[in-house]
Write a protein that binds this ligand. Structure first.
Ligand SMILES: Nc1nc2c(ncn2[C@@H]2O[C@H](COP(=O)(O)OP(=O)(O)OP(=O)(O)O)[C@@H](O)[C@H]2O)c(=O)[nH]1
Ligand SMILES: [Mg+2]
Length: 455
């Protein structure tokens, strides 16, 4: 695909900031700059060193007035993000100078970029593959240290290398199969030994399965999980939320029924991005507002990945607690026994089923964190295996695996080699969808729409 138009967009958010950047990419990028920039040096714009900042004024094409003082850099292709000529204009970070500068650029026959279009060009021009393009989005959106690390690994090509490795394996198998189609029995060297094809296919299938095993973890690192705190009134749900957030987010009182609405916050526990939800204490109540709150608690429990059920050590387990346990049902959960700071020999009062905590003093938070990691099987995310973190990748891997299984079946029942070759080719091209080698324009559009404008 040959791209001949030039695009521009704000590369930084529109709002107040130290600087704001207008980015231009394409064959007319330098022309556009020439039309609107008056450098403060003697040097002509055409003679600017590549990848070097120059100071000057942005001039309004409408009235010749100065829009802003700016630092600009020309980055000549191909050593740029898009592999095209790129111009970056560093304005003062305010919405007026940025808008006006962008307007001035767009008046030069430059088109406003679509979401993700710079990254899309980087992909179309072969600078990055599709997994790397997607990982850029993951880097921008990452919420934990581990999530960022996994995304950076992908940008560096860790998944791409694995995928290309398996594709290489498949094309070797294909070459072997094809030699045998063309010269059956003639060529001693080329002939496959008994079971050799199955062995090779098994190896490829094994690699794919290994990648699929990490998919759950990868998705959790990227998307996080939903954790709901439940319990009867006054057990310390809001106190736990506040302690985990290290701020007084929710109102805490000794009046049962304090929290009426659900409260949602983001937090990072053991490297996992967590959406944590404090709920209204669940009990039978005649109070209309509280009733609605209790209903919301039940609802938010329904799509929770994990429930933290709090019990109060000072009251012991009561009927209401049993009701809440029933509500939680088979949602993965942890039972926390709160307010242990109030009891002298607290440890004698609970068994291993419970995690003893004090939402007030913060006791037991380490243990809680460890157990959360364990229950969602994220306690050993530190591995050198690249983590598949998108459904798109997972589905393509699954389809590739199916095709390999089909090839194996065909081989077992003695189908001709050219039939088997079709399945192997299919597996190869499903893997190609992941890195973007065999991907449709439609899928590309969907992927890049997720990006913001200017990226
Ligand atoms: N000593 C002690 N008091 C606690 C602890 N956790 C909570 N409390 C107290 O228990 C009372 C209720 O705490 P909340 O956090 O409001 O309880 P809740 O479960 O959110 O209550 P509702 O919103 O009414 O359902 C408050 O007075 C808290 O200070 C704890 O670990 N130790
Ligand atoms: Mg509360």
């Amino acid at each position: 695909m040959y791209i001949d138009d030039t695009i521009a967009a704000l590369a930084t958010p529109l709002g107040e900031g130290g600087i704001g950047i207008v980015r231009i990419s394409g064959p007319q990028a330098v022309d556009a700059l020439e039309a609107i920039f008056r450098p403060k040096t003697e040097k002509r714009i055409r003679d600017f060193e590549s990848h070097t900042l120059y100071l000057g004024n942005i001039i309004s094409p409408r009235d010749g007035g100065v829009i802003d003082e700016a630092l600009v850099a020309i980055m000549y292709a191909p050593r740029t993000f898009t592999r095209e000529d790129v111009v970056e204009i560093n304005c003062h970070g305010g919405s007026m100078p940025l808008r006006k500068t962008l307007e001035a650029v767009l008046a030069q026959g430059v088109r406003l970029a679509q979401p993700g279009e710079f990254t899309k060009r980087a992909f179309l021009n072969g600078r990055i593959d599709l997994v790397q393009a997607e990982s850029i989005l993951d880097i921008i959106r990452s919420r934990t240290h581990e999530g960022l690390r996994a995304a950076v690994d992908n940008l560096e090509g860790s998944i791409s290398r694995e995928i290309e490795g398996i594709r290489k394996q498949l094309s070797n198998i294909l070459a072997l199969v094809e030699v045998n189609i063309d010269f059956p029995e003639e060529d001693e060297e080329a002939a496959m030994g008994p079971g050799e094809l199955e062995d090779e296919l098994n190896k490829a299938a094994h690699e794919i399965t290994r990648l699929l095993e990490g998919a759950g973890k990868g998705k959790i690192l990227r998307d996080g999980i939903k954790v709901v705190i439940v319990g009867k009134p006054n057990v310390g749900k809001s106190s736990l939320l506040n302690t985990l957030l290290r701020e007084k987010r929710a109102i805490v009182t000794d009046i049962p029924g304090t929290t009426r609405d659900i409260i949602e916050e983001n937090l990072n526990l053991a490297g996992i991005p967590i959406r944590i939800i404090d709920t209204a204490g669940i009990r039978e109540t005649g109070d209309e507002v509280e009733m609605i709150g209790v209903e919301r608690s039940r609802k938010s429990l329904k799509n929770a990945d994990l429930a933290l059920i709090i019990f109060d050590i000072t009251t012991g387990i009561q009927d209401e607690d049993g009701m809440i346990m029933d509500l939680v049902g088979d949602i993965p959960h942890l039972k926390l026994l709160n307010k242990i700071d109030l009891m002298d020999r607290a440890e004698e009062l609970y068994d291993e089923e419970f995690i003893p905590i004090s939402a007030k003093t913060g006791a037991g938070m380490d243990l809680l964190e460890k157990n959360i990691g364990k229950i969602i099987e994220m306690d050993n995310i530190i591995g050198d295996q690249p983590l598949i973190n998108r459904i798109r990748h997972e589905q393509a891997l699954q389809r590739a695996l199916e095709s390999i299984e089909n090839a194996k079946k065909s081989s077992e029942v003695g189908h001709p080699l050219d039939i088997i070759a079709i399945d192997i080719k299919e597996a190869w091209s499903h893997l190609g969808e992941i890195v973007g080698d065999t991907v449709t324009e439609e899928i590309l559009d969907i992927i890049f729409q997720e990006f913001c404008i200017g990226k």
